[in-house]
Design a protein around this ligand. Structure first.
Ligand code: PA5
Length: 445
């Protein structure tokens, strides 16, 4: 199982005493459905409730895409995007997942921005590709995704013909409402439902994450098994001293109460970059409410020690750090001996590259602790689907618990609407006439 070490971000005995009972109450509230946002607790026992039949259905759909496409574009944003990308990047060869190597299709992502160059270059790139599309949107109306999907649907139909398009376009959306649902029903696409009670950022273990991950040729059964094992290991009956999600939630909250307003998630494996992006959304969108909440930031190390390292070491002391450390990389590279030793690195000859990485990690942790940065450490034995499944559930549960300690509803995101309202008013969307007038007057002042 993954391990949590909070000894370098100690929580005082008084705080543990004060928060242990509260975090237990928070977990009971999740179990009993009595916490704020209790319509969205479907993720809590999701891993243990996924059936073999459902996995087969997903695998069959993934196989159809793999058999008929050299490239699959996953259209989605936020929770309908980040989980799949995080797992696919973490578990794939750093240089091959973006190319079709004859075994797995190339996986590309769209609908997560409105960059015109991005969409132009994507559609150009796809011109000679046998591509398919997974269109993911819970609401079915998200502008970024809908815009990309409209372009991709037309191109797919033109290039591949209506019949093949029907086969290689899959929708993952609400059971009944939204434009993505009506299009899927009208066109006869294969579709999967995002359960009503699972919010976007908690949906990676639904078809939202599982289908793209399966299309990438990765082991979704092991991912779900890892999550289910973590569900057991952090269950309500597990004592606080063994429940790592409860401990992480308390450690974060204790840091927050001591003025640490920013948490930096650090990794020492470039493949984990998008795990941090997924984590930032999970925590940022869940806790940033009522003018409260830790700002979730991230760094890729050692890369960012040469950009953000100075700030972390000596900037404002409002931060703490959480490191994700992978104990055993999959591959072995030994540092070679060199007769001339022009670079002076023969002291490393015969050592694994990972040994150098681990010493960089330890050296950094010592320096950061000395510099007044509390450090939490999450260690993962190896980067595989099973351990990633554990990590996902660990973070989700900790998020649900921590938000209750903070006193916010983890499962809504009212603040996200503000930009949309302005954007629709500025673009003249029907129904926004009053807002358009108000915004025009405001801009003219
Ligand atoms: O976590 C969330 O709820 C959001 O980030 C959504 O996932 C995101 O806004 C995309 O929404 P939708 O799936 O409705 O297109």
């Amino acid at each position: 199982m993954i391990k949590l070490d909070i000894s370098k971000a100690p929580v005082s005995a008084e705080k543990v005493a004060a928060y242990e009972g509260k975090v237990k109450e928070a977990q009971k509230a999740l179990e009993n459905g009595t916490c704020p946002g209790n319509d969205f607790l479907g993720w809590l026992h999701l891993p243990s409730s996924i059936t073999a039949e459902f996995m087969t259905e997903l695998q069959n759909c993934a196989q159809t895409l793999r058999d008929n496409c050299d490239t699959v574009v996953v259209a989605g944003i936020g929770g309908s995007y980040l989980g799949a990308r995080a797992v696919i990047e973490a578990l794939s060869n750093s240089f091959q997942w973006l190319i079709n190597n004859g075994e797995n299709p190339t996986i590309l992502f769209a609908g997560n921005n409105i960059g015109e160059d991005y969409l132009y270059e994507l559609t150009e790139y796809l011109k000679d590709k046998k591509f398919g599309v997974i269109n993911i949107s819970k609401s079915g109306t998200t502008t970024e995704t809908a815009l990309a999907f409209r372009l991709l649907k037309k191109q797919c139909e033109q290039q591949r013909g209506k019949d093949m398009a029907k086969k290689v376009i899959v929708a993952i959306t609400d059971a009944k409402k939204g434009a993505a649902r009506s299009t899927a029903d009208k066109e006869g696409y294969t579709s999967f439902i995002i359960p009503d009670n699972v919010g976007g950022r908690f949906s990676v273990l639904t078809p939202v994450g599982l289908l793209p991950i399966a299309v990438a040729g990765l082991d979704i059964a092991k991912l779900v098994k890892g999550a289910a094992d973590m569900e057991l290991a952090t269950a309500l009956n597990v004592p606080y001293s063994e429940n790592i999600s409860a401990q992480y939630a308390v450690a974060r909250y204790a840091q927050y109460t001591e003025g640490k307003k920013i948490e930096i998630l650090a990794n020492y494996q470039p493949k984990l970059h998008f795990i941090a992006e997924w984590w930032k959304q999970l925590y940022g969108e869940s806790e940033g409410k009522d003018n409260k909440g830790i700002y979730p930031a991230s760094v890729d190390l050692t890369t960012d020690l040469h950009s953000m390292g100075q700030w972390i070491q000596e900037g404002e002391r409002s931060i703490f750090e959480t490191v994700i450390s992978v104990e055993n990389p999959e591959n072995k590279v030994l540092f070679p001996f060199d007769e001339e030793n022009l670079d002076g690195l023969n002291f490393l000859a015969g050592k694994r590259v990972d040994e150098v990485n681990k010493m960089a990690e330890l050296g950094t942790q010592l320096a950061h602790v000395d510099g007044g940065v509390p450090c939490i450490r999450i260690s993962i034995d190896r980067l595989d689907a099973y351990h990633l499944g554990q990590l996902i559930y660990f973070f989700e549960l900790a998020c649900g618990l921590y938000c209750q300690l903070l006193g916010v509803n983890a499962f809504n995101q009212p603040g996200v609407e503000a930009y949309k309202k302005n954007m629709f008013a500025l673009l003249g969307k029907p129904g926004y006439e009053k807002e358009t007038e108000a915004i025009k007057a405001r801009l003219a002042r």
